[in-house]
Design a protein around this ligand. Structure first.
Ligand code: ADP
Length: 319
């Protein structure tokens, strides 16, 4: 266990959930952007708070531990720690410097939840497994979107590409990460995760389901075999994307332009509005970025872009 009051630094990466065809089950972590956090254990003072959150960014996120996803995730961890390992109570102080814009669709909430529980586990001497940490961090996702889902949390904690085969009971499978370049554009419009979920249809046609599970299987096989063209062909979503893409201006034109520039494929990142594309070469990823900038500049929409790679480490504790 780390000494009381010793600060640690944490790097929590952004993540791309769904990976086009794997709604709620697939996701991967990227090397940029990432959130920075600092954390320490302090002795619990009777009737005092067990979690103190200090925001050191401009986003004005809640500091109430019930409302900040990091607090909700830490509460779940502390509850189990006190039950299983200790009668003494400890408290955590967490400083969050958010570099991943909340609501952009690249796992800003997951980075805080995952970063907080990985940091706490390190400070406590690692009593919990990665699967436990995912379970705790999902309580943060419930605060952010109303639903416990692990498609951002799992890659944020494990790194690389992950498959959430089941949530109850939790089963996460780390898949081989392809050496691919990732281009992300975040058009500055607001798409609430709750809205992006509520417009989805609750029933699917069998013919669409067949296409979708063919693509998911193709994508997983492509990752296992390092077959990049198979990965590209499998990046197709016939169920969620046709509905959600109407919330993102220029989506169809952007996808066509990026593929023409050489991208293997891509689509909506999480519930949007960010869009990601995968490319074999860095030059292609940069050409894809140029297409993204051209399209959103043409539409007069403010936007950010990132050209990055898949992050294999997940949340990192730096001392
Ligand atoms: P994202 O995909 O960027 O995580 P979400 O819409 O799923 O976007 O989550 C963002 C929501 O979670 C916002 O309403 C934000 O106020 C809330 N939230 C609470 N705490 C945090 C936090 N520490 N980091 C990011 N978002 C947070």
């Amino acid at each position: 266990m780390a000494p009381m009051n010793q600060w640690i630094k944490i790097k929590a990466p952004a993540t791309v959930a769904n990976m086009v065809c794997g709604f709620d089950i697939l996701g991967f972590a990227v090397n940029s952007p990432y959130d920075e956090m600092e954390m320490r254990m302090v002795p619990y003072v009777e009737n005092g708070p067990k979690i103190i959150i200090i925001n050191i960014d401009q986003y004005n996120l809640p500091t109430d531990p019930e409302k900040n996803v990091a607090g909700a995730a830490l509460n779940a961890l502390l509850l189990e720690y006190e039950e299983q390992f200790s009668n003494t109570t400890i408290a955590f102080e967490v400083k969050i410097n958010k570099l991943i814009k909340p609501g952009s669709g690249v796992g800003s909430s997951a980075a805080s939840s995952a970063g907080a529980v990985v940091g706490a586990n390190y400070l406590l001497g690692k009593p919990f497994t990665n699967d436990d940490l995912v379970r705790f961090a999902m309580n943060g996702e419930k605060v952010a979107s109303g639903v416990k889902h692990a498609d951002n949390i799992a890659p944020c904690i494990f790194g690389g590409v992950t498959l959430v085969r089941s949530i109850f009971p939790l089963e996460i499978i780390a898949l081989p990460s392809p050496e691919l370049h990732v281009t992300i554009v975040h058009p500055q419009i607001e798409v609430k995760t709750s809205d992006a979920r509520s417009i989805l249809k609750h029933q699917v046609l069998l013919k669409d389901a067949i296409k979708q599970w063919g693509n998911i299987a193709g994508l997983v096989a492509g990752l296992m075999k390092k077959d990049y063209d198979l990965i590209g062909r499998s990046l197709e979503d016939v169920i969620i994307e046709p509905v959600r893409s109407i919330l993102i201006p220029g989506f169809d034109a952007l996808k066509i332009a990026c593929k023409k520039a050489g991208a293997l494929g891509g689509g909506i990142s999480g519930s949007g509005p960010s869009i990601f594309m995968l490319s074999k070469e860095k030059e292609t990823a940069l050409a894809v970025e140029a297409e993204m900038i051209k399209l959103y500049t043409g539409l007069g929409l403010a936007h950010h872009t990132y050209v990055t790679t898949i992050n294999e480490k997940g949340v990192e504790v730096i001392n």
